[in-house]
Write a protein that binds this ligand. Structure first.
Ligand code: HEC
Length: 255
C-alpha cells in the first residue's frame, strides 16, 4: 500500500516538474527568443515624465491614444500650467477634460494593416522592459512592407518613427541565436548603419523618458497612492508611540 502511494506521489511530482518546465518554455517563447533589456520605470521622476509626455505627444499621439488619461489630469499631476498644456501638448483636442485621443484619421488600419493599439495600459500589459526594448529594437529588414522589423515584436507593422533620432541599425550577423554575451547595453544584437541625430546614450535616455511617461499614464494615481501610504504609516507609528506612553501612564501605579 505504502509503495503504491510512493509511486503515485513520484509520478505526480514528475508531472508537476514537466508542467512547470513547459510553462517556463512558453513564457520565454512569447518573446520569440529576443532578450529584453532590463528597465525599471520610474514614474516618480517628474522631469523625465514631463519630457516623455512632450515626446509622446510629438511622436506617438498621431497614431496611439491614451484613452484613460485626460489632459487636465496630466497637467495637474505633472505641474504643467493650462496655457503651456494647450499650446504644447494638446494636439488632439482643445478641451482639457478630454482623454488623449489619436490625431490620425481612421485610415490608420489601411495604412498599417493594424490599428495602432491604445497605449494607456501598455507598460502594465507588456512590462516596462518590453516597451523599452521594443523602442530600441527596430532594424532594417527588406522583407517587410515598410522595410523595417522589430526583434521583440516580429513582423511589427509600426514604422520606426524615431529613426531620425536613433538612425538605422541592422541585425548583427555574427551573433548566433541565444549566444548573447554579458553586455546588453544599447542592444548589442545590432550594427549601426546610419547615425541619428542623437548619440546612442541620448537615444536610450529619450526612450527611458517615454517609458516613464507611459508607466505614469498606466497608473496616474501611483505617486499619490505612495505618498498617502507613507502618511498613513507615519500616522500609525505616531499612534503606536502615544498608545505606548498611555499604557505606561495607566500601569504606573499598579506595580
Ligand atoms: C505611424 C503610426 C504610428 C506611430 C507614429 C507610432 N506607432 Fe506605435 N504602433 C503602430 C502600429 C500600427 C502598431 C501595431 C504593430 C503591430 O502589432 O504589428 C504599433 C505598436 C506599438 C507598440 C506595441 C503594442 C503591442 O503591445 O503590441 C508600442 C509599445 C508602440 N507602438 C509605441 C509607440 C511609441 C512610444 C510611439 C512614439 C514614439 C509610437 N508607437 C508611434 C503605429 C504607430
Amino acid at each position: 500500500m505504502n509503495l503504491l502511494m510512493n509511486q503515485t506521489l513520484t509520478r505526480l511530482a514528475r508531472a508537476a516538474v514537466v508542467a512547470a518546465g513547459a510553462l517556463v518554455a512558453n513564457l520565454a517563447g512569447a518573446n520569440a527568443g529576443a532578450e529584453l533589456l532590463h528597465f525599471s520605470a520610474d514614474s516618480g521622476n517628474t522631469a523625465s515624465v514631463q519630457r516623455g509626455a512632450r515626446n509622446f505627444m510629438a511622436y506617438c499621439s498621431g497614431c496611439h491614444s491614451l484613452k484613460y488619461l485626460r489632459y487636465n489630469r496630466l497637467g495637474e499631476d505633472l505641474g504643467i500650467p493650462d496655457d503651456v498644456l494647450k499650446k504644447n501638448l494638446m494636439f488632439t483636442s482643445d478641451k482639457p477634460g478630454d482623454p488623449i485621443k489619436i490625431a490620425m484619421p481612421a485610415a490608420a488600419e489601411q495604412w498599417f494593416g493594424r490599428v495602432p493599439p491604445d497605449l494607456s495600459l501598455e507598460t502594465r500589459a507588456r512590462g516596462a522592459s518590453w516597451v523599452y526594448t521594443y523602442l530600441l529594437s527596430f532594424y532594417l529588414d527588406e522583407s517587410r512592407p515598410l522595410g523595417v522589423n522589430n526583434t521583440v515584436l516580429a513582423g511589427a507593422s509600426m514604422p520606426h518613427v524615431l529613426w531620425e533620432l536613433q538612425g538605422w541599425q541592422k541585425k548583427a550577423e555574427h551573433k548566433a541565436e541565444g549566444e548573447h554575451g554579458g553586455d546588453h547595453h544599447g542592444g548589442s544584437a545590432f550594427e549601426k548603419v546610419t547615425d541619428g541625430s542623437l548619440k546612442p546614450a541620448e537615444y536610450e535616455a529619450f526612450v527611458a523618458d517615454l517609458v516613464n511617461f507611459l508607466d505614469y499614464a498606466s497608473e496616474p494615481g501611483k505617486q499619490a497612492r505612495i505618498s498617502l501610504g507613507l502618511k498613513v504609516m507615519l500616522y500609525l507609528l505616531g499612534l503606536l508611540v502615544l498608545t505606548y506612553l498611555l499604557k505606561k501612564e495607566f500601569w504606573r501605579d499598579v506595580h
